[in-house]
Design a protein around this ligand. Structure first.
Ligand SMILES: *Cc1c(COP(=O)(O)O)cnc(C)c1O
Length: 390
């Protein structure tokens, strides 16, 4: 079955929906038991999609968790109140004092800050690695290396990793492979077929798709599911059924939205590639994006998020470009239906093992569902302001 077909009905189990189309919002903390036998049954089945206690979720959660687990290709999905909570939840569930972590150099900024702050304080040592290191990762593995963390494409600079090669080497050394798979969403790659053990989504982005809910998911294979689920439970990670309802609703239209984001973004990117101000595109579907060959091999499609690098510019000229846009609004996050623009300065300070030319400004865009001609006109006017301010 194709993923477009799957997402229409995944998780729609009568046990949870009582026969309606959308799994309803089921608000609950306390399950009431009439007999000792019922209570014993619930305790024994507390992880089998039976209501036990609110923190383990209810029918709204179970339906969504089943859908994400199946789409990602794992056996179970833990839910978190944000994508960042999913990342910290996964790392804290598997790392302890004295362990060593290999973290990709272009990781989402708060992921880096977590490693350098909280994890370092707990006695977990982090080594950053070049996203294009491939088989060279071997040389960085120590006796105490426990986790290999990937993000592909990585944040802002968009390098794509050779996930199967990296996973294979990590498994040869008994390590756990975690992937921040947010860019692919659950429909544009097959993380578990590439050897990933735990696939993380900032559901806040494309799954929710409407910029109104924070949520994270972590989907595990059989081997690590129990440890992930139980440690997340012990850390008290849970989500409201209202938020999960909105995420489930977003999921149903994920494939049509993604198709349109991709189509619009490719048109804008092709136009940007002709602009004299643009040095190169950091769009995974373009050859100028480092690791493009892995995009072609491992992803089924791109989406609305990419960056472009300018030949020259400074804070003043880039500010002139991004301010006063009609359709592109400035903001963090991405994955909603709206277009966003984000100038990123100081990338060289966020990388420790890869180089970045600080003289060339980078702008990240998220291409939304607006008419693409309007978006291009908006950028064109932006470049006029940019050139006037150079
Ligand atoms: C946004 C994002 C996150 C964090 O998700 P939040 O829900 O904002 O906490 C993690 N990874 C990537 C790649 C992201 O873009």
């Amino acid at each position: 079955m194709k993923k477009e077909t799957q997402i229409v009905s995944l998780g729609r189990d009568k046990k949870w929906t009582k026969g309606v189309v959308n799994p309803p919002v089921f608000r609950a903390s306390t399950m009431l038991f009439e007999t000792m036998e019922e209570m014993r049954f619930a305790s024994k089945n507390k992880t089998n999609g039976e209501m036990f206690y609110g923190r383990r979720g209810g029918p709204t959660h179970f339906a969504f968790q089943a859908a994400i687990a199946e789409l990602e290709g794992g056996v179970g999905t833990a839910l978190y109140p944000s994508g960042s909570a999913a990342i910290s939840g996964c790392l804290l569930s598997f790392l302890k004092a004295g362990d060593h972590l290999l973290m990709v150099d272009n990781a989402y900024e708060p992921t880096r800050a977590l490693c350098d702050g909280l994890l370092a304080g707990f006695g977990v040592e982090t080594t950053y690695y070049d996203p294009l290191i491939g088989a060279g990762i071997k040389d960085l593995i120590q006796e105490n290396t426990k986790v290999l963390f990937l993000e592909s494409p990585g944040s802002v600079t968009m390098e794509i990793q050779d996930v199967p090669t990296l996973s294979q080497i990590a498994h040869d050394h008994n390590m756990i492979v975690m992937l921040d798979n947010t860019w692919a969403s659950p429909i544009n790659s097959r993380p578990f077929e590439m050897g990933v053990d735990i696939s993380i989504q900032a559901a806040t982005k494309y799954i929710v798709g409407h910029s109104d809910v924070m949520m994270g998911t972590a989907t595990s294979n059989e081997k690590h599911w129990e440890q992930l689920r139980e440690n997340s439970y012990l850390m008290g990670q849970c989500t409201s059924p209202d938020d999960v309802y909105l995420a489930s609703r977003g999921l149903r239209t994920l494939s049509v939205r993604m198709n349109q984001h991709e189509k619009n973004a490719l048109k804008v990117a092709n136009w940007l590639a002709t602009r004299p101000e643009v040095d190169h595109l950091r769009h995974p579907a373009f050859e100028t994006c480092p690791g493009h060959e892995f995009f072609k091999r491992d992803f089924s499609a791109s989406n609305g998020l990419f960056s472009f690098v300018l030949k020259e510019g400074n804070v003043k000229s880039v500010t002139a470009l991004v301010e006063n846009m009609h359709h592109f609004k400035m903001g963090f996050s991405w994955g909603g239906y709206e277009s966003l623009i984000l100038p990123v300065f100081g990338i060289e300070k966020l990388r420790t093992v890869t180089n970045w030319d600080s003289k060339k400004p980078l702008v990240r865009v998220h291409i939304g569902l607006e008419n693409v001609d309007d978006l291009i006109a908006d950028l064109e006017a932006g470049f006029e302001r940019f050139n006037a301010a150079l």
